[in-house]
Design a protein around this ligand. Structure first.
Ligand code: ATP
Ligand code: MG
Length: 532
């Protein structure tokens, strides 16, 4: 074979836009498998609606409708919210430009981050049906507009057509699209389950779902209290990798590395900068951060690890809250019993704050009905977003499965239990771009275990109490069955009144079973933890 020269080979050298890249690698955006692809679309739009409403201080009302189209595996998906809407000038960029959005570089807990989700949906509609998405937006100013939007994938730019203005006093966004290569399933991995869990972790949202069979499911809001907005904070130096530090440095407009460290990260004082400079002594702290090299960054990161730091602030985290979880669980499962735990903020990788919340519920609608009886369910959440896929690699499943459940009198394979875990952090370490599982960081696993163990202990007390009570009730019943016969025999032996003997035996037996004498509403074990 004749050799080819570099000049000739490099004539084929091309640059791709990010949209072209995702067109060929859609699985990286969560579009792998028909069932999962459908949930990905619902997830991207619903998380955007929740983020937008919260940002605007509006209690979210979101309606999701899924209708089967005539051709197989195609569905029309419509999402409507009562959020702030998107101004006309930004709608194309927001919904049809990959890596464009309002949420970059905010070191704060929020669902969306990269500016990929909504444009990814537009791209998916385009590559599976050849159709644009249709958007209507009302921004509360009296003016509304609607239009068709698609992506010019070569340039990663929006293409907007059929723009129509209309008058409306309303407010919100409505997106309608036809998407292909999908399958609707009413299962643990389906859209309905996704929305049910979204309602559970967002008690302030009202969510309505209309499925392909036209049945409507309504998840009313369990509270009118809007979650307070977490305050953005600067990243803590100990949470940084070499690559992170370089990215921050190269974006910085500061005039020296010293000034950059002082202004960009939390807990960095002039004294700390001096300590870092002494520890990384051959790095020139006077040069511009733009000029920081990989070697410089490695030395600074090493120096950061050798210095004592105050823990990071956690004001940028907003867990759901014990009371809100309790209300939502009660609303959705109406369990016999539940125990809810909110742990204190902790840190992982030395500098990234996170909070774990857990609830374990028993009975009522908890767990899953099976042919043999019941099985337990694990409900995983990251920053209030349900994680339905990739449980095998997730820190939450790993922590729960690794617990010795016999110690808690619970069998998670067979009992009607639901285990809820929400991890909140400004930086959730997802184990993949699909954002469906949390990486198995030791600090996070330990904290999840502690939260679930604590919640399970509460349920254990209830289950043991319930089992004891049932056992006592059986014994009481057996003894009472003989009381009548015994009183008759004693009466004929002693010649005394049978009714009196029977009464005395009954009070004697009852005194031996004090727990059973309590009326149900006085039995605090059964009511403890339920909404009163
Ligand atoms: N329902 C909505 N109401 C108002 N603005 C929205 C809505 N949906 C999307 N946006 C705007 O469009 C932008 C792009 O959304 P997109 O989902 O692509 O990215 P993101 O949510 O910022 O990040 P991620 O890729 O992690 O989802 C958002 O940052 C937001 O500004
Ligand atoms: Mg998004």
């Amino acid at each position: 074979m004749a050799e080819r020269k570099a000049d000739e080979i490099f004539k084929e050298f091309k640059e791709h836009s990010i949209a072209e890249f995702f067109k060929k690698n859609r699985q990286m955006l969560g579009y792998s498998g028909k069932v999962r692809s459908l949930v990905t679309i619902v997830h991207e739009y619903v998380t955007n609606s929740l983020d937008a409403c919260e940002e605007a201080g509006i209690l979210p009302s979101i309606k999701v409708s899924i209708k089967a189209e005539e051709s197989e595996e195609k569905y029309r998906i419509i999402i409507e919210d009562n959020g702030p809407g998107i101004p006309k000038a930004y709608v194309g960029k927001a919904l049809a430009t990959i890596l464009a959005g309002t949420k970059f570089n905010r070191y704060v807990q929020q669902r969306g981050q990269q500016g990929i989700g909504a444009a990814g949906c537009t791209l998916y509609a385009q590559i599976t049906t050849g159709k644009p998405i249709h958007v209507a937006s009302w921004t509360g100013t009296g003016d509304g507009f609607e239009c068709d939007i698609s992506i010019d994938t070569v340039k990663n730019r929006p293409v907007t057509n059929n723009v129509m203005d209309f008058k409306s006093q309303g407010r919100g966004l409505r997106i309608e699209g036809v998407f292909g290569d999908l399958k609707y399933e009413n299962s643990e991995h389906g859209a309905l389950e996704y929305l049910k869990r979204t309602a559970l972790s967002n008690p302030h949202a009202e969510i309505i779902f209309v499925g392909p069979d036209n049945t409507e499911s309504i998840f009313p809001r369990s509270t009118d209290i809007m979650p307070t907005r977490p305050a953005p904070t600067k990243p803590h130096p100990l949470g940084l990798s070499v690559n992170d530090l370089l990215e921050f440095a190269h974006l910085s407009k500061n005039t020296s590395i010293s000034e950059f460290l002082l202004e960009t990260f939390s807990r960095v004082s002039q004294n700390k900068v001096n300590e870092i400079r002494d520890a990384a002594n051959d790095v020139d702290f006077k040069k511009q951060p733009k000029e920081m090299s990989w070697i410089d960054a490695e030395k600074i990161i090493k120096a950061l690890k050798d210095i004592k730091w105050i823990s990071p602030e956690s004001t940028n985290i907003r867990p759901i809250g014990e009371e809100q979880i309790r209300k939502a669980m009660q609303n959705i499962f109406m369990p016999e019993f539940m125990h809810v735990i909110e742990r204190k903020p902790r840190i992982f990788r030395g500098g990234i704050p996170f909070v774990v919340e857990s609830a374990v519920s028993y009975g009522g609608g908890s767990g899953k009905k099976t042919d043999e009886g019941y099985s337990g369910t694990i409900m995983r959440f990251a920053n209030r977003v349900p994680l339905l896929f990739d449980s095998g690699t997730c820190a939450i499943s790993y922590a729960i499965k690794g617990m010795d459940w016999k110690r808690y009198n619970l069998d998670i394979e067979k009992d009607p239990v639901s285990i809820f875990v929400n991890v909140s952090s400004p930086h959730i370490p997802y184990s993949g771009v699909g954002k469906e599982s949390i990486a198995q960081e030791d600090d996070i696993i330990d904290e999840i275990k502690l939260a679930v163990m604590e919640a399970s202990r509460g349920v254990q007390r209830y289950v043991s109490g319930k089992m004891n009570l049932e056992h006592e009730a059986n014994r009481y019943e057996i003894i009472m069955r003989y009381a009548k016969q015994l009183s008759r025999d004693l009466s004929s032996l002693t010649g005394k009144d049978q009714e009196r003997i029977e009464g005395e035996i009954e009070s004697l037996v009852e005194s031996k079973f004090p727990k059973l004498k309590k009326k149900p509403e006085e039995n605090s074990t059964q009511l403890e933890g339920l909404e009163k």
